[in-house]
Structure formats: C-alpha cells, structure tokens
Ligand binder design. Structure first.
Ligand SMILES: [Fe+2]
Length: 275
C-alpha cells in the first residue's frame, strides 16, 4: 500500500435504493461510478436491524466451532457449513496475499443456520442485476461453478487483508453471458459499534480511501474486477482473543469453481478473490 491506513481520504459514494427493480435503472451509473472511483456503497437493500440480529447466532457458531487450519483443506471440505482460518501470506491459498480472518462457509444447499440464505440469494440477484444479466443461481452456472456463500470475520486484534484485485474470481465468470465482474460485500457490522478502527479501503489515484466511511450494517459495498482493495487492521490496539471472536464481518457470494480454495493466488501477485 502506498499510504498509511490512518491517512484515509473520506470519499464515500452512497447510492440509495430499496428494490432490485430500482437497481435495473441505476446499474449503468453504478458500474460507471465503480469504474471511476473504485467502489460504490448502496444503502436500502437490506434491513439494518435484521442484519444486526443475525450476528448473534453467527458469532455463537464462530466461537464454538472447531476451525480448520489455513492450509491443507481440500476444495470439497469448504462446500458445507464449516469454519476455516486464513492466516499468513505464504502457505497454500494465502500465498501472495497476506491476511488474518476466519471464514464461515454457509452454502445454500446446507442448513440455514444463521438465517442468512435469503440474504445470500438477494445478494446474488443484486450482483447480477448490477452486471446486467439474469440471476446466476447455481443451476445456471457452469457445472464446476457455484455461488460461494460465506461470511468473513476480520477479528478485533488485527484482522486484515492486504491490497489486491479480484482477478481470480473475475476469471470464474469467463464464458458467462454479460460476464462483468461485480463483487458484493454486505456489511454485517459497523465501525464505532462492533469495532473501532480499521476496515475496508480502496486505492485509487494513489490515494487510500476509506470505502466504509459513514457506512451502516446492511449497506452494500460494490467493487469490480479493477478495484484495488483490502481490509485495514481491525482494532490493532486490542489483544486478539481466540475465545471471543468478534470484529468486522461481511457476507459474500463470489462465484467459485469446485477446485477453488478461496483466495488462491499466484505467489508474488496481488490478486485474490475478495475482501
Ligand atoms: Fe477482494
């Protein structure tokens, strides 16, 4: 990163919308804004209170599950409800993109443990509306691809992800009609309430921009395949406590292949699938 993270330039770009139909008309301008500014924040598509209430069962699960390690996990193992660490910057899927986070996998074909499935389905619909294509439910994707529905928890005490572009995930859409890559990040938490410092950033025109400034739970952060983005250290002045995982949490629906372990990158390349 070219700038210190506490040197954020505030430049939140909020689009207000309430229905998917609203987004049909807004989609071209949203895509243009993401292309020129690196991101857009959309408010009104999800209920803030409902999202906050769903965090309780999510954190209960995250604090009681037995977590798989960062490396040595097969692609098949992440296609069910489970948790996996992503810690480091040199091993397996971490190689080339340093990070510290816990992923809670919650695919649509497994139990709806956190009542988030309807939100994942809405995210998929919004993503594809913004991309200008039909909704790519799993049955409409190529046989080896699926919507990777999950939550990423960046824990207080240093959770982060290095700067990268989502080139790997974008390549999973090759061969799809209207294959524009849109990354949807549904914010489940709020800075100032669930954590105090750090969060999503975008690097644009040599400036590091706080892409979550003034955001609320239920807001959508929208990136595309060119957005240079990451997650700045969450509450780095607090000691990490593995028995009390909390911090910044986001829901994502990236199209994956069944050979993917998330965030697989080529060593030395700042490319990945999400933040
Ligand atoms: Fe990313």
């Amino acid at each position: 990163m070219k700038k210190i993270i506490n040197d954020f330039t505030k430049m939140t770009s909020i689009v207000r919308s309430a229905t998917v139909n609203d987004l049909v008309a807004l989609a071209p301008s949203v895509r243009d804004k993401v292309a020129s500014e690196g991101f857009v924040l959309i408010r009104g598509m999800f209920d803030r209170l409902e999202i906050q209430q769903k965090l309780t069962s999510l954190y209960t699960y995250a604090n009681t599950a037995s977590h798989k390690p960062s490396a040595g996990v097969s692609p098949a193992e992440i296609r069910c409800n489970m948790t996996k660490w992503s810690i480091g910057g040199h091993s397996q899927s971490q190689a080339g993109l340093p990070r510290f986070m816990l992923t809670v996998y919650n695919p649509l074909w497994d139990e709806d443990t956190f009542k988030l499935h309807s939100d994942f389905s809405r995210l998929i619909e919004i993503r594809d509306t913004l991309a200008g294509r039909e909704t790519l439910i799993d049955d409409r994707l190529a046989p080896a691809r699926y919507n990777g529905c999950r939550v990423q928890i960046y824990p207080s005490g240093g959770g982060f992800m290095g700067a990268h572009v989502d080139s790997r995930a974008a390549s999973n859409l090759e061969g799809t009609a209207h294959c524009a890559y849109i990354q949807m990040v549904l914010l489940l938490t709020e800075r100032g309430k669930d954590y105090q410092s750090g969060g999503a950033f975008v690097i644009s025109d040599d400036k590091t921009i706080d892409s979550e400034a003034e955001s609320l739970a239920g807001d959508l952060l929208v990136y595309d395949g060119s957005t240079h983005h990451g997650v700045a250290d969450i509450d780095s002045n607090i000691a990490f406590d593995i028995s009390n995982l909390r911090g910044r949490a986001v829901a994502l629906v990236t199209v994956l292949t069944k050979d993917d372990i998330l965030h697989k990158v080529k060593p030395g390349k700042t490319t990945g699938t999400t933040a």
